[in-house]
Design a protein around this ligand. Structure first.
Ligand SMILES: [Zn+2]
Length: 347
């Protein structure tokens, strides 16, 4: 073992799972016994450090502080396979797990962080495509539901029907701070500002945020996977339709949109909000090739790609079979518009 691969992808994944198992530690301190995932993460990093004659973390609190630092500031070297040296697993302002931590925790397995939702939706998809589609859109539009805000939209017959299918996915939450920009939850940072869990909204002053007394909401992992990507996907679908393209959603073998351009070409599209291009490339390789499709595109919003100048380069380096192409949402839309213009000029 060389210092350059002292901590590899497998150990980073274990540490990310250990962080998530401890995710309420900022509320009530460190209670013993630690969750097994966290204890295993500590044991493994201690062993890895001892094998390299490095100073190991002295306990779980030390390991959690380490996770607030970028990979390149850790006590030990982390393999280049683990992606970018500036990745942090715990937001140092809020002491909450980051999106990167969530992505690492489910990496390397076919079970996504939204597995419970996927299985409910998949069951609906078998019964009826329109029910599947309506329920999925409902979850994307309504990650948080305030049941005390009056009778509201859930009393409408169509909404009542959808709610019967999806309500089991929602959990009761204690009072939470809401982001004034996107409506998702936020945390109070050490600096006194509010920090949105989406990591794409600006930090806000707490006066702007709203604290709901009691709400039902989709669990954290589902808000970060299905909802964040779903919102971008819905906006992109609407923009593509306005260029003259036909857009259909497909649930098999995984959720994707089929775009038929005015020129007649068909694109398969998956929208993702992954912060870690290394892990996105791993996921994409497992999707395989879709028959009857001219081009397969995974689209990521600019706001996610921009902070990492080498996002595309890292993705391409790890996307070894090149079956899927990475595009920013903006570039994809530009390409669709260009294709539509060519058809119009010919007409
Ligand atoms: Zn927000």
């Amino acid at each position: 073992m060389t210092p350059s691969n002292l901590i590899g992808t497998d150990l980073v994944r274990q540490i990310a799972r250990g962080v998530l198992a401890m995710r309420d530690f900022h509320r009530g301190g460190y209670a013993l016994p630690y969750p097994p995932e966290t204890q295993l993460a500590l044991d493994r990093i201690v062993l890895a450090c001892l094998l390299e004659n490095r100073e190991p973390p002295v306990g779980v609190p030390h390991l959690m502080r380490l996770c607030e630092m970028p990979f390149d500031k850790w006590l030990t070297d982390i393999s280049g396979e683990c992606g970018e040296p500036d990745t942090v697993l715990i937001n140092p302002h809020t002491r909450q797990p980051t999106l990167a931590c969530a992505e690492w925790s489910v990496s390397g397995s076919n079970v996504g962080s939204d597995a419970p939702t996927s299985s409910v939706l998949l069951r609906l998809a078998v019964e009826s495509h329109s029910t599947w589609s309506a329920c999925r859109d409902f979850l994307i539009e309504h990650p948080v539901i305030d049941l005390h805000a009056g009778p509201g939209f859930l009393t409408r017959p169509e909404m009542k029907r959808i709610w019967q299918h999806v309500q089991a996915l929602y959990v009761d939450l204690r009072p939470e701070l809401r982001c004034p920009f996107c409506g998702l939850f936020a945390s109070k940072g050490k600096d006194g500002a509010g920090w949105c869990e989406s990591e794409t909204c600006d930090a806000f002053t707490l006066k702007q945020g709203r604290v709901d007394k009691k709400v039902k909401a989709l669990p954290w992992a589902i808000r970060l996977s299905l909802v964040l990507a779903g919102r971008v996907e819905r906006a992109l679908r609407a923009s593509l339709v306005s260029t003259g393209a036909e857009v259909r959603m497909a649930s098999e073998p995984f959720v994707h949109a089929l775009i038929t351009l005015p020129v007649g070409a068909t694109w398969a599209l998956v929208v993702r909000v992954d912060t870690q291009p290394v892990l996105l490339a791993d996921a994409v390789r497992s999707w395989g090739v879709l028959a009857g499709v001219d081009r397969m595109v995974v689209a990521v919003p600019e706001a996610v790609m921009r902070p990492r100048a080498d996002y595309s380069t890292v993705f391409d380096r790890h996307n070894t079979d090149h079956a899927w192409t990475l595009r920013s949402t903006r570039r994809l839309l530009t390409e669709a518009k260009t294709a539509a213009r060519k058809v119009n000029q010919r007409a």
